[in-house]
Design a protein around this ligand. Structure first.
Ligand SMILES: [Zn+2]
Length: 310
């Protein structure tokens, strides 16, 4: 009888727990420096194939504690990441830095709350996560399949207002967290691991693909990119795309936002609609970016609209 119970429990588990279904992330971290790891996301739009795992997630192991950078798109993704981290080290995951509120970076938060990780996120971004999270979760579930979002919840959490920069010690491993207000989002956090001279910059930098700017202040963002270029780092982890070692690669993001911003400003000043610009075809220079077309069509009308009401 006991044996039968076990079989029934196993079958129930098998059919209700999505890890056993086709919704797998195939996660494999890269060690960019000793005890500094990155899961590189699929550098595409969220889809049924990638389960929304399109941005990069990092983790840093100190002698006493672990810090994770970005929660990823869902409970399931965060659970997978945590399982993998636990296979590298049994130290506690003490901190989760959420670089900004966008779904692909924040929707795994509720999983970290279950294991009592302290969440570090800019106050303005916590507010946006709570305010817009459920709407965005519904849209994502409808678009790419609700199975990917099993148990994903937008939860308010104990939040201590912080003074930036924040200095943390993971055990002979010092971390500095800085706040960049009103740049790519209302509050982007960047994380520096001093030991390895690695900088995690979230979506202030996009690698290979077109940067998205729905909540951006492009003027500030451009200045922040100049600051990031001037900073001392050997390895830079963008929010999307491959690891960057060459400072010139940061300019790719600046070039795009400068161009789309200028186009939108001129259009709004001269009463030209986005459609008229689209009819001329894609500008040549943006064709070198991944997701150029999708981003151009999505972001240009938003920006023109914004400048018309400024
Ligand atoms: Zn992102």
């Amino acid at each position: 009888m006991r044996f039968l119970n076990k079989i029934i429990i196993f079958l129930l588990y098998f059919y209700t727990y999505p890890t056993f279904s086709s919704n797998n992330f195939d996660l494999m971290p890269i060690e960019v420096s000793k005890n500094v790891f990155v899961f590189i996301g699929d550098n595409n739009d969220a889809s049924d194939d990638n389960g929304g795992a399109i941005s990069n997630t990092g983790f840093i192991i100190g002698e006493n504690a672990i810090l994770v950078i970005d929660a990823g798109p869902s409970y399931l993704y965060a659970s997978n990441v945590i399982d993998i981290i636990n296979s590298y080290s049994n130290l506690p995951i003490k901190y989760l830095v959420v670089t900004h509120h966008h779904a692909d970076h924040s929707f795994g938060i509720s999983k970290y709350l279950e294991i009592n990780t302290e969440i570090i996120m800019a106050e303005a971004e916590v507010e946006r996560y709570i305010k817009y999270g459920n709407r965005s979760l519904r849209q994502l579930s409808n678009n790419i399949g609700e199975e990917w979002f099993f148990n994903t919840k937008i939860t308010s959490f104990q939040y201590k207002e912080k003074e930036y920069p924040i200095n943390l010690d993971l055990g002979t491993r010092n971390i500095i967290i800085e706040l960049y207000e009103e740049g790519h989002s209302d509050g982007d956090l960047i994380v520096k691991d001093i030991n390895s001279n690695t900088l995690f910059v979230g979506d202030l930098v996009f690698g290979q693909r077109a940067p998205t700017s729905p909540h951006a202040n492009i003027y500030n963002w451009k200045n922040y990119l100049d600051e990031i270029i001037k900073k001392d780092w050997d390895i830079l982890i963008p929010g999307h795309g491959d690891i960057i070692k060459n400072k010139e690669d940061v300019l790719q993001t600046k070039k795009w936002i400068t161009f789309i911003d200028k186009t939108a400003k001129e259009a709004s000043a001269n009463g030209i609609s986005a459609l008229e610009i689209f009819n001329k075809g894609l500008p040549n220079f943006i064709k070198g970016y991944k997701l150029a077309k999708e981003t151009w069509y999505r972001d240009l009308p938003v920006l023109i609209n914004k400048y018309e009401f400024d």
